[in-house]
Design a protein around this ligand. Structure first.
Ligand code: ADP
Length: 346
């Protein structure tokens, strides 16, 4: 698909280039022809030609068979020669434009289509990953249900157990589809930016994760009242901090501490969420914001999740021109930082 699009685009660029080149060549040819006429009719040149071919030359002075060249004919011939030469030069120039333009058009077409190709590749990879994630629990549910149905001695208790397990899988699937839907919407959704107080956003996010933190006996230390105002979509920003806080709680040990720190620096304000969890090894950090990526720690410890939370958080940060970054290492806890530009609240 991309090859044929690239071919069409190359041809289109080249056609435009050739039309422009031919148009300017014709203009040059017309102007240069006019100039040729004018320069050959200059009195000094006419004088020079008259001396070269005097008008009073007699037939006796000519060699046998030689005719006295008429000045007009001579001028016309010189102009014709000049135009022919010019025509050839312009033709060579156009051929050179065609060759160099062909290469340049191909390069330009590649350069134009590259971002579309990359985004298409990412989209296909995303669809493949999503299908895989959806397929695994569906296949498990189907197999278990089939086995249960085939069992003639299936008790009510066993059937209930089976239905319970199916319900758990369905809950996971709902979580996954919600995440997928959210990711798809963020890219197209229009953010409603308005001045918001960061501390209010953090307080709302804290309220949403309070019970999860309490269940694990985790204490969350948050900044005091006051705080910066930035231009943001309040609901989206709350979602971003909820995702980061949920992760901090999910991956931290029982009875540990999570801290929220706000720092103002010149034109920027940074909100950091620090936890005392297992941390993320350096070599895994570059992939951490990719869709469906899960670091070894969560896979090994079988902590539930689909690797979509940080990808959603990153998309929300991007939509606010904010940066989401991570400082961590194996066994040293994690610090996720969101840096906003204060200029946006002007
Ligand atoms: P999920 O938590 O559903 O796996 P995320 O996109 O939120 O997906 O996170 C991606 C991965 O990053 C997680 O699987 C986990 O390995 C790692 N991670 C995220 N936050 C933390 C954290 N606070 N501490 C340790 N690891 C984390």
């Amino acid at each position: 698909m991309f090859k044929s699009a690239m071919f069409k685009l190359t041809i289109s660029y080249l056609a435009v280039l050739v039309v422009i080149s031919i148009f300017f060549s014709l203009q040059i040819f017309l102007v240069a022809s006019r100039e040729l006429h004018r320069s050959f009719n200059k009195p000094a040149l006419l004088q020079e030609l008259r001396q070269e071919f005097p008008a009073d030359i007699t037939p006796g002075d000519l060699l046998p068979g030689q005719k006295r060249p008429a000045l007009d004919a001579l001028l016309a011939e010189r102009i014709r020669d000049g135009r022919r030469q010019l025509g050839f030069n312009l033709l060579y120039l156009n051929l050179a434009v065609l060759l160099a333009g062909g290469a340049a058009s191909y390069w330009l077409a590649r350069w134009t289509l590259r971002p579309i190709e990359l985004s298409h590749e990412a989209q296909s990879r995303f669809a493949a990953d999503a299908s895989h994630e959806l397929r695994t629990p569906l296949t498990a549910m189907r197999t278990e249900t089939e086995v249960a149905l085939r069992d003639p001695r299936l008790h009510l208790e066993q059937a209930k157990k089976q239905l319970k397990s199916n319900l758990q899988e369905l809950d996971k699937l709902t979580g996954l589809t919600d995440g997928l839907l959210r990711l798809a919407r963020i890219d197209t959704e229009q953010m409603h930016l308005e001045p918001v107080v960061l501390n209010d956003v953090l307080a709302t996010a804290l309220g949403r994760v309070k019970s999860a933190a309490q269940q694990k006996g985790i204490q969350i230390e948050s900044p005091s009242q006051g705080g910066e105002k930035i231009m943001a979509d309040q609901a989206a920003l709350v979602e971003l901090f909820v995702l980061l806080l949920e992760n901090a709680i999910k991956y931290s040990p029982q009875k540990s501490q999570v801290r929220i720190v706000q720092k103002n620096r010149d034109a920027h304000v940074t909100v950091s969420i620090l936890d005392q969890g297992p941390g993320i090894p350096k070599d895994q950090q570059k992939n951490i914001f990719m869709r469906f990526y899960r670091a070894d720690v969560s896979r090994n410890k079988k902590i539930p999740g689909y690797g979509l939370g940080l990808a959603i958080a990153k998309s929300i940060a991007d939509a606010h021109d904010a940066t989401l970054s991570l400082e961590s290492g194996s066994g040293v806890g994690s610090t996720f930082m969101v840096t906003f530009s204060k200029r946006r609240s002007d």
